[in-house]
Design a protein around this ligand. Sequence first.
Ligand code: 13P
Length: 339
Amino acid sequence: MNAHDLHAVAVAMVEKGRGILAADESTGTIGKRFAGIGVENVEENRRNYREMLFTTKGVGEYISGVILYDETLRQACKDGTAFPKYLADHGMIPGIKVDAGAKALAGFPGEKITEGLDGLRERLAEYVKLGAKFAKWRAVIDINDDIPSDFCIRANAQALARYAALCQEAGIVPIVEPEVLMDGAHDIARCEAVTGETLSQVFRELHNHRVFLEGMVLKPNMVISGKKCPQQAGVEEVAEATVRCLTRYVPSAVPGIAFLSGGQSDAVATAHLNAMNAAFELPWQLSFSYGRALQAPALKAWGGKAGNIETGQRALALRARLNGLATLGEYSADMEKAA
Ligand code: 13P
């Protein structure tokens, strides 16, 4: 893929009215989700669950691409169609999570560095053959009174940029995901400051590593109050703070920004995205790349039972449609009740 093709894929990933389904939970993470509904974490259950999501009728109208995990990229529908082919045939671009997870950063208690650069060039070459057109790498920045350190932000920004440069060399669009966690007791102002500093360092490193901004997608957190903060910011405040932060630090050459949901409830994640798109004219598309906020109701409705597949698919289709509307600023909370 040349620069022109990288740009075309990035643009397609954040096309208005659509967004990305993050279905790239590692075996450990999907195990936690399955434990919540009492389903055993074995390969056949993981395959069945992912097949339910991907074969939801009409979901491609609202889902532009799907992030897969290594195992999932190699799995197939019951009729033998490989998942990446099934998705591509139904208008959804297949992508692949390539990081090896966030590990403790030596010397910096409580902080994490994402691993997975060793051998990445070779893995990317194989993923291209398996049909992946884009990749994802997630860096994690946690907040408390003493962290994040400047060093942790810089080390993660450098790893993200090395990953992004390797992706583009391989002809794959990188999703660059620096996630500032919402777990703490910090207020929204602190989230804005840390998110701004993180984005500033990420784009400095992307520039240093000669990453082609027109051929990438940014996947940031929204600027929101920490989960344990007693003063929770409302929807309008979150929309304003997030847009202010992004316009300060994200170059307009980037085609699109696809938010992670990060533990927000499904309806709140949709309302936040909608508020931004309804109120602001922006240089990039603002879309979604949700994991939990798209999947949670579908996972619950499915409950591991073959007889519940249609109910699970209806739940996913609803979240996909409402988030698709939120990329246009056309969602309203009444639609939740109507459904
Ligand atoms: P959540 O939307 O559940 O945060 O997941 C998105 C994701 O891909 C995190 O890497």
